[in-house]
Ligand binder design. Structure first.
Ligand code: AGP
Length: 605
């Protein structure tokens, strides 16, 4: 996600801002910019597309920009491609600002501000919110905090904001809703940043601003305000991490950090699709879809398989899931009425990109579900759903997979509503249940000790089987891949009904079998399959949804997940399986974030 930094003090700000941004590069970005100023002078901006070193070169390490107060930003593109015009900071007559997050109602606000005479130079939601602050500041002749508070009441979505007002030299203003922002002070300077690494060099005493709070930052002093404009006090926190741990937010590995970022990743993805027409997929087009080909690789394919069940159930149309590496060489019928959905975290996977191009050559419309804005698949797809997981550093995907599930659920519901295969009321119920997933994922994450314990029991095993039916089988595929790719233990996922057709011959004393039970209509069948394994000596772990009965004595290890509609249970069931793979890898002393032989994006065939 984007990185924000701010400094006001006695030193030249630009070099400090650039160094702070370099500590946030791990967050991923595709453009950068800073704005600095001295008392009595207008702010000066410098922005570049691409990596931070271009901005460092352009400003000679910041030396060319005098001024002791400034803000900086590395942008992870969400609205608008990675160009200089879209790079932050964004400006208006009286306000300059940088932003991390998504303003859901930015289109509506942009229209209103245009009607008030504002003109826009970028495609970003950030320029809109900066101009909205400016609007309130001018219209009511109020101070910065009041203008920010009015803006927070009006804007919907997530944001961390750092703003400078032309009339307030030496001061920075901040505001926050959902997106992280940390502030710190020394005797004669003050700092703000999206994350601790950017200010750890200067101070370990920090303040975490809360949702719908604002701050006035001056050299050596920070004041906090609530939405009513009352000054409040926030507790100082002591950071006891070292620099490298700080990039991981205090987690031992990026994978564990990203597992814990899943509630936000899903929340932001769902929020970004609140106005589904922004994808270009209007109801007339959705009604015309008679069948879907889901094409992807690895975990993205597993998300596609889960999506297949949901689309078929809600829309009543056939969905075929194909490995991209197979799709590109098969001779599948490419009939009118077929929508090809290419799912990819990186948007650069060679097989998936080739499959996209093959579909387009055949004249079929392609929807890309992609995490990296501006990537090849994002640019070449006819339609785009941008998952909002933010940059994913660990090779083993977790938060991007969960964001892909959320995107596929919403695609299924919107298509079903357009086709009339579900009523408006049923559709709204589904959308509400999807919106409730982030909190339920958070609840599952509270329960990680159980998985940490079980991982110690299986770390020396050589074979682990995952079994489930329907959507539970789709989850088993992803759980098994997580285990294989980071713990190097052989593992297979099986549709539980298939065991009798060969695989059960592999079950012997102490073979580890993980059974997933979230699909109520087939739960009893899967329990029978588990009993078959148990009676042949298997050690069973049962992952069951609240409310599904697990017979006494079936397993000495049962993990429960909160109740959730069957259709969306994959989002919860996958989390314990991610954690199990993670802790098993840690127990085996392996390089969790960079497993052997693997790359984060497979850009070759
Ligand atoms: C998942 O943990 C793996 N890293 C891998 O299977 C990955 O999902 C696959 O290579 C597809 O990558 P993409 O989503 O970037 O296209």
């Amino acid at each position: 996600m984007c990185g924000i930094v701010g400094y006001t003090g006695q030193e030249q700000a630009a070099p400090i801002l650039l160094e702070g941004l370099s500590k946030l590069e791990y967050r991923g970005y595709d453009s950068a910019g800073i704005a600095v100023r001295n008392a009595g002078e207008l702010p000066q901006l410098a922005k570049t597309a691409g990596k931070l070193h271009f901005l460092v070169e352009k400003t000679d390490g910041g030396k060319l920009l005098p001024g002791t107060c400034g803000i900086g930003h590395t942008r992870w593109a969400t609205h608008g491609n990675p160009t200089v015009d879209n790079a932050h900071p964004h400006t208006s007559d009286n306000v300059i600002g940088v932003h991390n997050g998504i303003i859901e109602n930015y289109a509506e606000l942009r229209e209103k501000l245009t009607d008030k005479g504002y003109r826009f130079y970028s495609q970003t939601d950030t320029e809109v919110i900066v101009k909205l602050v400016d609007y309130y500041y001018k219209k009511y002749g109020i101070g910065p905090i009041d203008a920010i508070n009015r803006t927070m009441v009006r804007a919907r979505g997530s944001y961390a904001l750092a703003l400078m007002f032309v009339d307030y030299p030496g001061e920075i203003y901040a505001a926050r809703k959902e997106s992280p922002l940390v502030l710190g002070t020394t005797r004669d300077a003050s700092f703000l940043a999206s994350d601790v690494p950017a200010i750890l060099k200067y101070t370990r005493k920090v303040y975490y601003i809360e949702n719908l709070q604002a701050a006035r930052i001056t050299p050596g002093r920070i004041q906090f305000f609530n939405l009513n404009g009352d000054e409040i006090t926030l507790p100082a926190r002591e950071i006891d991490w070292d620099a490298s741990a700080a990039e991981k937010g205090g987690y031992e590995h990026f994978m564990l950090k990203e597992i814990h970022e899943q509630p936000r990743a899903v929340r932001d993805t769902v929020s970004s699709l609140a106005d589904f027409s922004s994808t270009g997929l209007d109801n007339a087009f959705l009604r015309s879809v008679e069948r879907i080909y889901m094409v992807a690789c690895g975990s993205a394919l597993h998300a596609g398989i889960a999506g297949q069940y949901v689309v078929e159930r809600l829309c009543g149309i056939p969905v075929r899931v194909e490995f991209a590496s197979e799709f590109r060489y098969r001779h599948l019928p490419m009939e009118k009425g077929t929508l090809v959905v290419v799912v990819s975290q990186s948007g650069e996977t060679a097989d998936s990109l080739a499959a996209l191009r093959k579909a387009k050559e055949a004249g079929l419309p392609v929807l890309g579900i992609v995490n990296v804005m501006g990537s090849s698949i994002a640019r070449e797809a006819d339609y785009l759903i941008h998952t909002m997981a933010g940059p994913e550093i660990s090779v083993a995907t977790t938060k991007a997979y969960s964001a892909q599930l959320a995107a596929l659920y919403i695609l299924a519901v919107r298509t079903a509503m357009a086709k009339g295969t579900v009523s408006e009321e049923e559709g709204k119920y589904c959308l509400d249940e999807i919106a409730a997933l982030p909190d339920k994922i958070g609840a599952v994450l509270e329960n990680k000790k159980q998985l940490q314990w079980f991982a110690t029991k299986i770390a020396s095993d050589t074979d682990i089987f995952y079994i489930g039916r329907g959507l539970d089988y789709a989850v088993c595929l992803e759980g098994s891949l997580k285990m294989k790719e980071i713990s190097y233990i052989h593992s297979e996922a099986y549709a539980a009904g298939e065991l009798k057709h060969g695989t059960i011959s592999l079950i012997e004393d102490n073979t580890v079998v993980i059974g997933v039970l979230t699909q109520e209509e087939v739960a009893e069948k899967t329990v029978s399959n588990m009993i078959e394994c148990r009676s042949r000596g298997a050690r069973l772990m049962v992952l069951a949804k609240e409310g599904i009965r697990v017979p006494d004595g079936l397993s000495d290890f049962v993990v429960r997940i909160p109740s959730v509609p069957d259709l969306f249970s994959a989002s919860l069931a996958v989390v314990p399986l991610q954690l199990l793979g993670y802790y098993t890898s840690v127990n085996r002393g392996l390089d969790v974030d960079k497993p052997r032989n693997l790359a984060k994006s497979v850009t070759v065939e």
